[in-house]
Design a protein around this ligand. Structure first.
Ligand code: ZN
Length: 300
């Protein structure tokens, strides 16, 4: 079995996932105070560690996506907490499916994947938290909630004191760029979240995928610029495509602006459509794209 790495930063232990935390894997955080212990975003990487994990009082999920709740079931005796906006997703599988909002056949297939590959377990008594909530773990160790919506409605950062670790969850600074392709995603909320992140100055940043832990502000800025820049890049490519137009959303989704044409992703069509309809809507509102006939768009 692959030995998965860990990194200790004071009260925080980063439990790195397999394959560098590349989806479907991810990095989880264990936070130990004098009185209580909590785990943030239990990933698939916690399953092979299950016999070595300490008792956990609370499970915090940054948002309700399959890869972030894949290890929740390892902690049936702990209280589970999510932002109140994403709470329906952990309370029932139907609630979870509404977050994605994919069309019928894709959703049915995905429903099975969420249960069989991500070990989804509904938890009707999961508790909601709001922006600014604080989990006091004893001995000066606390976890503060920062609502950071866009990826999902309830997506949150967690700021862990006193070690000054800011956990960014799926603002993952990856080369893929921001993901806002679900029914419950919102491009402009995501942009506000990214702008707000620039004003935060922790000692360490931790992400769920890929990057893991960053401690150099210059590197953080460079990665954040590149990550945020993917939004403008997709929009510029869309404008170029619509200059050759007119095109409807089906053609836009087929052309692919989020995934690469060679990416074999069963849910690519609805994700492309949901992502790019938000770009189209704001370009229309700004007068940069015209709806030349119902559902067909051209850039001037
Ligand atoms: Zn996610």
């Amino acid at each position: 079995m692959e030995e998965l790495p860990e990194r200790v930063i004071g009260a925080v232990t980063v439990l790195f996932g397999a394959r560098g935390g590349k989806y479907p894997h991810g990095n989880s955080l264990l936070v130990r105070g004098a009185e209580e212990t909590l785990v943030i975003d239990p990933s698939l990487g916690l399953l092979p560690r299950r016999d070595r994990l300490p008792p956990v009082d609370h499970v915090l999920n940054s948002h309700c996506h399959e890869d972030h709740v894949a290890g929740n079931h390892l902690f049936p005796a702990a209280a589970w907490h999510l932002h109140e906006a994403d709470l329906p997703g952990i309370r029932s599988l139907d609630g979870m499916m509404a977050i994605y909002g994919y069309p019928g056949p894709i959703l049915d297939a995905f429903r099975r994947i969420v249960v069989e590959q991500f070990h989804y377990v509904a938890r009707p008594d999961a508790q909601g938290f709001a922006d600014g909530a604080v989990f006091e773990l004893g001995g000066g160790v606390r976890v503060r909630v920062l609502h950071a919506p866009g990826h999902t409605r309830g997506h949150c950062f967690f700021w862990i004191e006193p070690d000054d670790v800011l956990y960014l969850a799926d603002v993952d600074l990856s080369s893929f760029g921001p993901y806002y392709g679900d029914a419950w995603s919102d491009l402009e909320d995501f942009e506000r979240t990214l702008a707000g992140l620039r004003g935060l100055q922790p000692r360490h940043w931790a992400t769920f995928h890929h990057v893991g832990v960053l401690s150099d502000p210059g590197e953080l800025r460079a990665r954040l610029d590149r990550f945020a820049g993917k939004i403008a890049e997709r929009e510029a490519r869309l404008l170029a495509f619509l200059r050759e137009g007119p095109h409807d959303l089906a053609a836009i989704a087929r052309h692919r602006f989020v995934y690469r044409p060679e990416d074999d992703v069963p849910w690519a069509e609805p994700v492309e459509r949901r992502s790019m309809e938000q770009h189209v809507a704001r370009l229309v509102a700004a007068g940069r794209v015209c709806e030349v006939e119902p559902g067909r768009y051209r850039a001037g």
